[in-house]
Design a protein. Structure first.
Length: 327
């Protein structure tokens, strides 16, 4: 099923997150201004109330929102910016409050809410933690690319720039505990192993996605898609040859539905250790652009967000929410 916005100007949704009560939030941006040529971007917020997606008030003064994290019904955080300045916005159940982020110069690229009300955000490969009154920088022994949590089990992944190897660590409540990476095979002459996304299913059930690639021109050998799993004691991995370029923007792990991924124009799911393509319905003559995916907690309902547009630029971008039952 497709739910699309009918704004007269361009719009897009970048991120979506669900709550334990069955509600969900999606954030993005849309063009506003005087018709027929609106020229100013503003933040876009939508909420699933358990029955339908509804347009919500958006934080004033922001050009867009690209990341959303939830720590409860009155603890919804959205991150975006205005011009070149990053901002954080908190929904308290009635209104938005816009504040500065921990790093004043770079945007938040990932964030997650914890059951205790804490919020963690990734900025410039560093981690910041909202303790209820201020953003505090939390030292991590590597460059962070993504974070995720499930029932308080918090993990971060990234890369160790000194050793030039991927890295993953678990938060024990006071500090980060590093995990040992496996030895990866040499599939390219000069290769780089990079972890890009992480999904926590629970204690002893952590998944990471990345790739093994090389810095070369378009004629170089294709790399490998890398999927890793932490079983509570060690990492295992699977490699899959790239069949086509896919920029994975999110992986999602749920007990009922398994591992899901979104990126570019596709939604993927893990089957027998390999990514398989799920059918994403489209709108006639328009191309899909999927930015994020989330599975409703405790159910088989999946939401993906993004936009559809004409690759030739003859029509404007339309923000879209795809809904599916995954079992």
């Amino acid at each position: 099923m497709i739910a699309r916005n009918t704004f007269r100007s361009d719009s897009v949704l970048y991120d979506v997150e669900s709550l334990a009560d069955g509600t969900a939030w999606a954030v993005g941006a849309r063009l506003v201004g005087s018709a027929p040529n609106p020229t100013r971007w503003c933040a876009l917020v939508e909420r699933w109330n358990g029955h339908a997606w509804k347009l919500m008030p958006a934080p004033a003064g922001l050009d867009d929102l690209t990341v959303v994290a939830v720590a409860g019904r009155s603890q919804v955080w959205a991150f975006g910016g205005h011009d070149s300045t990053p901002y954080a916005a908190r929904w308290d159940g009635r209104q938005w409050t816009v504040t500065a982020t921990g790093d004043k110069n770079t945007r938040v690229t990932d964030a997650v809410g914890m059951p205790n009300g804490e919020v963690w955000a990734v900025q410039a490969a560093q981690l910041w933690r909202w303790d209820g009154s201020a953003w505090l920088k939390t030292p991590v022994p590597f460059r962070v690319t993504a974070i995720d949590q499930r029932r308080g089990e918090l993990w971060a992944i990234g890369d160790d720039t000194v050793e030039d190897v991927p890295a993953a660590a678990r938060w024990n409540g006071a500090s980060w505990t590093m995990t040992r990476m496996p030895d990866f095979p040499q599939v390219l002459a000069e290769q780089h192993v990079v972890l890009k996304q992480v999904a926590v299913g629970g204690r002893g059930d952590v998944w990471a996605q990345g790739d093994i690639s090389a810095d070369c021109d378009e004629n170089c050998s294709p790399g490998r898609i890398l999927v890793m799993h932490w079983n509570g004691g060690k990492w295992s991995y699977w490699l899959q040859r790239h069949t086509e370029p896919v920029l994975v923007s999110r992986i999602e792990r749920r007990r009922l539905t398994g591992l899901w991924s979104a990126g570019d124009d596709v939604v993927l799911y893990m089957s027998d250790g390999r990514w398989a393509r799920a059918i994403v319905p489209g709108i006639r003559h328009l191309d899909n652009h999927v930015h994020d995916v989330v599975v409703r907690q405790g159910s088989a309902r999946l939401w993906a967000v993004g936009s559809v547009s004409d690759e030739n630029g003859s029509s404007h971008s339309i923000s879209v929410i795809w809904t599916a039952l995954t079992v």
